[in-house]
Design a protein around this ligand. Sequence first.
Ligand SMILES: *[C@@H]1O[C@H](CO)[C@@H](O)[C@H](O)[C@H]1NC(C)=O
Ligand SMILES: *[C@@H]1O[C@H](CO)[C@@H](O)[C@H](O)[C@H]1NC(C)=O
Ligand SMILES: *[C@@H]1O[C@H](CO)[C@@H](O)[C@H](O)[C@H]1NC(C)=O
Ligand SMILES: *[C@@H]1O[C@H](CO)[C@@H](O)[C@H](O)[C@H]1NC(C)=O
Ligand SMILES: *[C@@H]1O[C@H](CO)[C@@H](O)[C@H](O)[C@H]1NC(C)=O
Ligand SMILES: *[C@@H]1O[C@H](CO)[C@@H](O)[C@H](O)[C@H]1NC(C)=O
Ligand SMILES: *[C@@H]1O[C@H](CO)[C@@H](O)[C@H](O)[C@H]1NC(C)=O
Length: 455
Amino acid sequence: MPSTRLLRTVALQACLLLMYICLLQAIELQLHEQQLQQQLLDEQLRLHQQQQLLKQQREQQLQQRRYSSTTSTRKPYIIPQGLSLPQRGVYPEKCLREVPAVFFQYDKELKIVGNSTTNPYFNVIEVCCKGWRRYEYDWSRCVPDCGERCRENGFCLPGGRCQCFSDFVLNYRNECVPTCPLGCPHGQCYLNGTCRCERGYELDGSKRFCQPQCNTTCGHNEVCLEPGKCVCAEGYARGLRESNALGCQPMCIPDCGYGHCVAPNQCECFPGYQKRMNRSSCEINCYMRCENGFCANQTTCVCQNGYRYDHNTTSCLPDCGDDCRNGVCVSPGNCRCFNGYVRNRERCDAVCDRGCGFYGRCIAPNVCGCAIVAGAEESYQRCENGYCNAEGHCRCLEGKTRFIDKCMSPDTVTTYASINPLRVNASLMHEFQLLLGRHFILGSPGMLEENRWWD
Ligand SMILES: *[C@@H]1O[C@H](CO)[C@@H](O)[C@H](O)[C@H]1NC(C)=O
Ligand SMILES: *[C@@H]1O[C@H](CO)[C@@H](O)[C@H](O)[C@H]1NC(C)=O
Ligand SMILES: *[C@@H]1O[C@H](CO)[C@@H](O)[C@H](O)[C@H]1NC(C)=O
Ligand SMILES: *[C@@H]1O[C@H](CO)[C@@H](O)[C@H](O)[C@H]1NC(C)=O
Ligand SMILES: *[C@@H]1O[C@H](CO)[C@@H](O)[C@H](O)[C@H]1NC(C)=O
Ligand SMILES: *[C@@H]1O[C@H](CO)[C@@H](O)[C@H](O)[C@H]1NC(C)=O
Ligand SMILES: *[C@@H]1O[C@H](CO)[C@@H](O)[C@H](O)[C@H]1NC(C)=O
């Protein structure tokens, strides 16, 4: 009897154990299934994103092809940041502009006579009109100019309008940013394709991108560019301490002259003053061109910072101080050296290919100045294509002969002298005076002996 009871309990327990094992297995199976499902979901998401990216790329390529099909043979093979491609049927007329002829001077001795019909100090050149810029891959064409805006993930269209690629959207900084499910800057994408912004940011009205939160409302002409921080909008700036209370004020470059700056680069003239065509400054009516400045009265052109008045062009030209005598000042503080000169800090120094020796100094391209004592440039003996010896005299390399102030092949001397009589006379006079000066200073009696023009 007890054995049957024992047997029954054992059987019962075995049965319970079996059920328990079954249950465990079922749970495990379910867990596994859930994992599989999760993996499947992840995989689907990945695929979806991949597809989106592919679609994106295809569309970009398509657009690029469409836009670049108008550039006949020269197709751009690198797409620059911020696509600005020439477009079918859009050929902006080039604008003509007069620029100071001096900007075209590359040789110190060769002054440029401008080809403007109204003023020989100006050259007429073709430029891209306002709102357009040169196309990197075909300099003869102009493409829309969006400036700093629209630099990536979009097209710059005429009028400076920015068109983002699909799945990108123009945000508060005028940048094309991705939208979910590709991503959302300053936020994270949910599976259902919406964006959750990080702390300090909130969704914009269109619910497509995150913009910073400025919980104190920004002032007049201010925008919220960072969480909790209002800054002046584009084209506006805060004045110095005294005018700081005025907040963000519009900036006008150049200066308005006799007028108020009422909006970025927009002047409103005081009564009695006017703007010239295509200029923004307010001035008095005057005969001067006064570019980069404004006419204060009939005889005075007030220059912008960084510019200096030039009588020839009656305009303000870029100022590089007095250090740009051997070059052209092409923009404020930016001196472009003439041929034969190299930049040495602010100055342009002449280059003498073979050097000038210890007693000489390079005073012009391949012209040494010889003297034992340093002095003004005029006190040096000129020595073109030669070098200076220990007495401070010009010497020529072997095979060359010295003719007054330059070294040349013996057989070219006569031709040179007959072609350049004026120059020869001038250098002869210079050399003669130099010699006289030296002999008075040094008190040397050897005048006749020294008086050899060439040796
Ligand atoms: C004037 O000269 C500039 C510089 O040499 C040149 O680029 C331009 O085409 C010329 N303009 C005219 C109308 O000849
Ligand atoms: C998307 O999912 C998030 C989190 O699950 C939820 O808060 C939000 O309301 C959903 N949005 C839509 C449009 O379904
Ligand atoms: C403004 O936002 C900042 C963080 O962005 C927070 O610390 C501060 O408490 C907020 N102020 C108010 C008045 O809501
Ligand atoms: C003024 O600008 C227009 C186009 O904006 C141009 O056609 C015209 O030649 C310019 N006038 C002067 C004097 O530069
Ligand atoms: C023109 O203005 C300048 C500077 O404002 C002044 O020095 C000059 O005397 C004025 N000339 C005339 C004729 O008013
Ligand atoms: C003005 O033009 C003359 C003649 O072209 C030239 O010799 C002179 O250097 C120029 N002056 C300036 C300041 O450029
Ligand atoms: C050379 O120059 C001097 C002074 O400059 C002048 O008197 C003389 O006539 C000139 N000679 C010739 C040949 O040009």
